[in-house]
Design a protein around this ligand. Structure first.
Ligand code: GDP
Length: 174
């Protein structure tokens, strides 16, 4: 870890293949993008240093590199993760239906007080919407998750969603 960083936070991206996880990650890591990969376990991650309140945080975000279906990675993927973005595609109802299964996995392999944000991506495609914002919001509330809609394509709310997750993790850590 860099000398000047106060914390290193690991967080994971989960959700069905094709919902936009990789695009969200490259938006967030922008010019500071640094991609490492562990092809053996089908995982990639990127780092970004980000200042929240008066702390400098090194956020290490893991992405599945298209290996969502391969269950072998699960325990190492979630190990030590303090946050998760559970992403679905607002234009693909099947990806929203999978959220319950992803939550089950999170609860099995993730830590007790992990910060989880339910993310409805591709909100730029409103005309093809299959999942209403209100429905997902209510579901998130009953499950104790935060919720936000984003567009990785138009760069809407992407920064905010990562920032919200990191801020909440910081609140819990302190
Ligand atoms: P992953 O499999 O979850 O990592 O999804 P990707 O990031 O590879 O994205 C899957 C496809 O959805 C790609 O063709 C992206 O260009 C597209 N995509 C990702 N995010 C958005 C978005 O916010 N809006 C639109 N319209 N397309 C998106």
């Amino acid at each position: 870890m860099d000398e000047e960083c106060d914390y290193l936070f690991k967080a994971v991206l989960i959700g069905d293949s094709g919902v936009g996880k990789t695009n969200m990650l490259s938006r967030f890591s922008k010019d500071e993008f640094r991609l490492d990969s562990k092809p053996t376990i089908g995982v990639e991650f990127a780092y970004r240093n980000i200042r929240v309140k008066d702390k400098l945080i090194k956020a290490q975000i893991w992405d599945t590199a298209g290996q969502e279906r391969f269950r072998a990675i699960t325990s190492s993927y979630y190990r030590g993760a303090l946050g998760a973005l559970l992403v679905y595609d607002i234009t693909r109802r099947s990806s929203y239906k999978s959220v319950g299964r992803w939550l089950g996995e999170l609860r099995e392999f993730g830590g007790e007080d992990m910060v989880v944000i339910l993310v409805g991506n591709k909100c730029d495609l409103g005309e093809s919407r299959e999942v209403e914002e209100e429905e997902a919001k209510e579901f998130a509330e009953t499950e104790g998750l935060f919720f936000m809609e984003t567009s990785a394509l138009k760069n809407l709310n992407v920064e905010q969603v990562f920032l919200q997750m990191i801020t909440k993790i910081l609140e819990i850590t302190n």
